[in-house]
Design a protein around this ligand. Structure first.
Ligand code: NAD
Ligand code: DAU
Length: 357
């Protein structure tokens, strides 16, 4: 049996990962450590509620005694760190929590794993253990019109979020280079799919358009993101966890670059057709003040993970976006729950004073 300690798995990607792994493997145990911040949602894990292979622990990755206890009690083969503050706009408003969770939390996990797995007398690591850091293409900064990020591209982050993720990546590398810790880092492009919180581009546009609310497009909307269906990301992380060479970074992306305005117009088109609602149209689009430090283009070269591990994306954007829209339309109560209360205040603060351009 393989035991995983996975952190942040009440969030978007982590919850998809738990369900993906429970479906794919029988002989598995997943300890899921999540602080249940605004982005953590136990409703995402409803399908796993009666599955005793999934053990949920409510707690913080910065909590050293707790993490040490979990490592001692469950002796996981693999630790996968999804837990993070993940939203660029929030990082611009309040960077400190990003340092605490993304940097200090990661270092705490590394330190606890080292204490659990390293024998200083023998100078050896417990066999078969691995720490996997789920990172992002944003650590590479922005591309011009040409070229792609490879694993050798320098880190050049621009937002407090991407700076905190790059910093965490450097600590992971340091634990490998200094202590010989078995690690991998994955750097994925923009994910989309079910359970994504309604402050990120695609679910926000679905939610607003469905309710005939304005669709806030930052600047000219010509920024480019490289979109990957979330299950393809889960598949890649599983492959790196089991087959990735220690110390290596793997970029994950499916060559699926789209401008933001294309994404918004696609959501409008699909939603209006699915709901037969002519009021969902491009008249809802509002170009608003740009995100400060906004990266113009991301584009991943996934050549290494394809060549080394045989990974490839299975879901095209055309199929993935329809599945995603259908999931949000089919689960209105999920959206209702996450958009009540604190979300309203978030939305007013983030968009209330944003001037139209
Ligand atoms: P998310 O914001 O949806 O979920 C984050 C989860 O982490 C939540 O469940 C939250 O409760 C938990 N969490 C936050 N702080 C914590 C703490 N201190 N201790 C324990 N748990 C804590 O994020 P996501 O979009 O699912 O992203 C998951 C990971 O993947 C992040 O590390 C992110 O940087 C990375 N990533 C995301 C994308 C993307 O497009 N969403 C792309 C590439 C990489
Ligand atoms: O590239 C991977 C990253 O993708 C992850 O590391 C992050 O955790 C994840 O949040 C995502 O970051 P982005 O900043 O790219 O995602 P977001 O959905 O916030 O924005 C996508 C693009 O859409 C970006 O160019 C900003 C723009 N945008 C976003 C919002 C919320 C708008 O134009 N209007 C909006 O209201």
């Amino acid at each position: 049996m393989t035991t995983y300690l996975m952190t942040g798995c009440a969030g978007f990607i982590g919850s998809n990962m738990v369900l993906y792994m429970l479906k794919k493997y029988t002989d598995i145990r997943i300890v899921n450590l999540d602080a249940l911040t605004y982005a953590g949602n136990m409703e995402n894990l409803k399908e796993a509620a009666d599955d005793d292979r999934h053990i949920f622990v409510h707690g913080n990755i910065c909590d050293r005694p707790l993490v040490s206890r979990l490592l001692a009690e469950y002796d996981p083969d693999v630790v996968i760190n999804f837990a993070a503050e993940s939203h660029v706009d929030r990082s611009i408003a309040d960077p400190m929590i990003f340092v605490n969770t993304n940097v200090c939390g990661t270092v705490n996990l590394l330190q606890c794993c080292k204490e659990a797995w390293y024998d200083p007398e023998q100078r050896s690591w417990k066999k078969g253990r691995k720490y996997l850091q789920v990172s992002t293409d944003e650590v590479y900064g922005a591309l011009g019109a040409e070229g792609f990020f490879t694993e050798k591209s320098p880190t050049d982050p621009h937002s407090p979020y991407s700076s905190s993720k790059a910093s965490a990546d450097h600590f992971v590398k340091a634990f490998h280079d200094t202590y010989g810790m078995p690690v991998n880092i994955t750097r994925c492009s923009n994910n989309y799919g079910r359970f994504q919180f309604v402050e990120k581009l695609i679910p926000l546009m679905i939610f607003n358009a469905k309710n005939h609310r304005p669709l806030p497009v930052y600047g000219d909307g010509m920024q480019i993101r490289d979109w990957l269906y979330v299950e393809d990301h889960c598949k890649a992380i599983d492959m790196v966890a089991s087959g990735g060479r220690s110390g290596e970074i793997y970029n994950i992306g499916g060559h699926n670059e789209r401008t933001n305005i294309f994404i918004v117009k696609t959501v409008i088109d699909q939603l209006s057709r699915r709901l037969g609602d002519p009021e969902i149209n491009e008249g809802l689009i509002r170009h608003v003040e740009d995100r400060p430090g906004h990266d113009r283009r991301y584009g991943i070269d996934p050549g290494k993970i394809k060549a080394d591990l045989g990974w490839y994306p299975e879901t095209t954007f055309e199929v993935g976006i329809v599945k995603t829209i259908d999931w949000y339309l089919g689960n209105p109560e999920w959206t209702e729950h996450v958009t009540s209360g604190a979300y309203q205040q978030y939305y007013a603060e983030m968009y209330g004073n944003r001037k139209e351009i």
